[in-house]
Write a protein that binds this ligand. Structure first.
Ligand SMILES: Cc1cc2nc3c(=O)[nH]c(=O)nc-3n(C[C@H](O)[C@H](O)[C@H](O)COP(=O)(O)OP(=O)(O)OC[C@H]3O[C@@H](n4cnc5c(N)ncnc54)[C@H](O)[C@@H]3O)c2cc1C
Length: 476
């Protein structure tokens, strides 16, 4: 009987456990144990219900174009629970010069694919519009070394594009700053486009032409979620796993390589395993691996994380009627605000709030504002309330508020991240029975984490001599 340990019970660890469970049910001589330090499973996936509203404390959805979270949902019997965002109302605003300005139609991240809406948009100055036109003639450039997203975007479209789009969009996803994040890790397609075409605008157009027929296929919603919230995915995966394999309230304190296997110490007990999957943030993995290999631990420690706070606020029907249409807004840094973004949940996923309620989800924290995590709830609600008053003239008292803090939960793929991953892969060669999963490595979104968990499970299975068998599936 081979034994595999999984450390961390967020979606990455649960996805790894589910992959192992499928192999176990298919008859593999295998046993596994998952260790989670907190009292509950799911990590940052937490859904609450207040006043008939569905509140997401962490992720509220995932990108539809990345299939792994939807695939997992179907495998655990949630196919009919998958829902799309209400893209008919998909308007996103940027707060610029104190005003909410719509992101112009046709913008792919920061690459304009429709000239008229971009040229007419008040989001950009005449100087940036001129730069957008000139970008068409940008010469191809071999990407020798990594650089920051800010440097890359500025080379193509100038500094205003960084402030008005790249930075707010990235702080929405990573809680990070364009000046710190790696273009190769965060926007690999754009780096490739530059190498081949020079101009990102021309590259996008060429890609569209190539896909010509695809324009006739109905477009899918940008975001996918689950009817009853992201927690539904956690609950469904957990229901497929044997309770005896799941150890909550069990922080792993020590991991040691011994006699070709691994000894995991949690609480007062230690147990031996043939392989171990670390599905925890890279900084937590670094702590546990420092006695095994300091070089590996040091590389893992080098992956930075930021913290974030989400604030859900519920309002009555009069507020709902007064709010702008659309999914919400992002705040550009030059505005000097503490809020990073706000989602109008009742528009993005209408069934998550009754018709007589408005539900807002605001983000604060990130690389710009780490210290807010230590502030009491009332202070955080006060900051958000004041800024909502200034930005969207929302002065009514909320019917309810909920504050959720996520300390060091969002990985930042800094410049040189891909080189660091290569060094980590090199160091891991000496430890075939050790696999890493989670948002610190090859994608921060829920689908990437799901994939990282199943990839890590396959690596661990291979290491213990039970190679992956993709044909085996647990019936849903
Ligand atoms: C506020 C917020 C909003 C987000 N929004 C989106 C979104 O809309 N869409 C999207 O796709 N992604 C989003 N993300 C990103 C995505 O949700 C995360 O990257 C992903 O869920 C991380 O999953 P994970 O399992 O790797 O890590 P986590 O969820 O952090 O889980 C790791 C687990 O390991 C446990 N642990 C740590 N150390 C130990 C130890 N020593 N022993 C035992 N257990 C340990 C922790 O308690 C935790 O439960 C968001 C993230 C946050 C924080």
């Amino acid at each position: 009987m081979k034994r595999i340990a999984i450390i961390g019970g967020g979606i990455s660890g649960l996805s790894a456990a589910f992959a192992l469970e499928k192999r176990r049910q298919a008859g593999a001589s295998l046993e596994y144990a998952l260790f989670e330090s907190s009292p509950r499973l799911g990590g940052v996936l937490v859904t609450d219900r207040v006043d008939d509203c569905l509140l997401e404390a962490g992720p509220d959805s995932f990108l539809t174009e990345k299939p792994w979270a939807s695939d997992l949902s179907r495998e655990v019997g949630l196919g009919d629970q998958l829902i799309g965002s209400n893209d008919a109302d998909r308007i996103t605003y940027i707060l610029a010069n104190g005003k909410l300005v719509e992101i112009p139609d046709g913008l792919m991240f920061m690459v304009p694919t429709k000239i008229t809406p971009t040229m007419l948009s008040p989001l950009f100055s005449a100087r940036t519009k001129l730069q957008i036109a000139r970008e068409w003639f940008h010469p191809p450039r071999k990407a020798d070394a990594d650089e920051s997203v800010a440097a890359f975007v500025e080379r193509h479209y100038g500094p205003e594009m960084v402030d008005r789009l790249a930075d707010p969009l990235l702080s929405g996803v990573y809680g990070g700053e364009a000046a710190q994040l790696s273009v190769r890790a965060v926007l690999p397609r754009f780096a490739e486009m530059e190498a081949t075409y020079g101009s990102l605008g021309r590259a996008m157009l060429a890609a569209r032409k190539k896909m010509g027929h695809a324009s006739k296929v109905p477009t899918r919603p940008l975001f996918t979620s689950l009817k009853d919230g992201m927690q539904e995915l956690v609950d469904a995966v957990v229901s497929r796993l044997p309770a005896s394999a799941l150890n909550t309230n069990t922080p792993v304190q020590r991991v040691q390589q011994e006699n070709g296997g691994w000894v995991i110490s949690a609480g007062y007990s230690s147990d031996e395993f043939d392989a171990v999957i670390m599905a925890i943030p890279a900084h937590a993995a670094a702590e546990l691996l420092s006695t095994t290999n300091e070089s590996l631990a040091s590389e893992l420690r080098g992956i930075q994380y930021t913290s974030s706070v989400t604030v859900n606020l519920g309002y009555d029907r009069s507020v709902r009627a007064s709010l702008p249409p659309g999914f919400g807004f992002l705040v550009s840094r030059s505005e000097g605000r503490r809020m990073l973004a706000a989602t109008f949940v009742h528009n993005k996923f209408p069934h998550r709030a009754p018709n007589d309620r408005a539900l807002l989800r605001c983000f604060i924290g990130g690389a710009r504002n780490e210290q807010v995590l230590g502030a009491p709830d009332e202070e955080i609600i006060g900051i958000v309330g004041k800024e909502l008053g200034q930005i969207i003239k929302l002065t009514a008292d909320p019917l309810f508020t909920r504050v959720y803090r996520w300390r060091n939960a969002m990985a930042q793929y800094g410049v040189g991240h891909l080189d660091r991953l290569q060094r980590i892969d090199g160091l891991l060669q000496s430890f075939p029975g050790l696999a890493l999963a989670g948002n610190g490595y090859r994608g921060i979104g829920v689908p990437d984490c799901v994939r990282s968990g199943s990839d890590a499970a396959n690596k661990a299975l291979l290491a213990v001599g039970l190679p992956e068998d993709a044909s085996q599936r647990v019936a849903s």
